[in-house]
Ligand binder design. Sequence first.
Ligand code: ADP
Ligand code: CIR
Length: 308
Amino acid sequence: MRLEHVIASGLANPDSAVGVYAGDEESYALFAPPFDPIIADYHGFGPGGRHESDLEVARLNVPNPDPAGRHVVSTRIRVARNLCCFPLGPALSKRERRIVEATVVRALASLSGDLAGNYYPLYEMDPATKERLIADHFLFKEGDRFLEAAGLNRDWPDARGIFHNPSKTFLVWVNEEDQLRIISMEPGAELQRVFARLARALAELERRLTFAYSERLGYLTSCPTNLGTAMRASVHIRLPGLAADEARLKALAAKHGLQVRGTHGEHSQSEGAVYDVSNKRRLGITEVEAVRQLAEGVAALIAAEQRI
Ligand code: ADP
Ligand code: CIR
């Protein structure tokens, strides 16, 4: 990986929020001059920082922030993971990508109970099914220009796909921005239950796979905004009052450490006053703390909405 590859996405997309991607663990050390200030700015994590993980469900213990079900449409918590000893997506060869897919699919196939499901490779999915899965927020979009310029869409759709259980509460994206995006989601705002399912799935997968992890940076990901926990815990929340002033909504969310996205994820707009609100920071914060931050921030947003 050369510097021109690290910055390719930002050069091709001047409207990038961040614009850099790593090709492997070494990229983060070799290109520390561009990466470290970005990491410090995004996560508030300095050069002396050390990351710690905490996926202990019993330590979370958060109440449902919307028990009446008036605002929160659904809750989703995802983590990114990459396999140890392989390059990250931007530098992965076609052959390596196929090995990653086969390794991950084999691990997923042995899950049982509510985590059992099927793997659907992208190349054999019919277009209508694909559109439906994307529209319903289960599947990644295609042709993202930020990923394209980073080299993450090479050989598309080869070795890409989605695994999910029949109820689509547990899903795994294979070989999109990261080799795995492990997702727990369901309607409503039962954060505790969504987190518990994710933690259980991760414990099962860690018995079968070895993920890339650094003492300093936590779980390694292709985009520096995902390092650390690699976790984005989000709600889809309807806020018609706050929607009248999106700048104020974003400022209020930011006060609670939260980021606001549109109804169809990153780089999308809000539809019907539904926003995707999630923890911004992922490095230098534990998984438990990140979900607690979301619960508290969502409660504050609902209180502000109800005052309008
Ligand atoms: P990522 O979550 O991997 O950072 P995106 O921002 O592109 O990537 O979101 C991926 C998909 O997940 C999108 O379809 C988005 O609408 C959906 N999504 C995010 N949060 C929720 C949620 N709380 N409920 C339902 N769908 C969600
Ligand atoms: C960008 O730079 O806009 C994309 N590469 C995504 C960066 C991470 N997203 C974010 O902070 N919203």
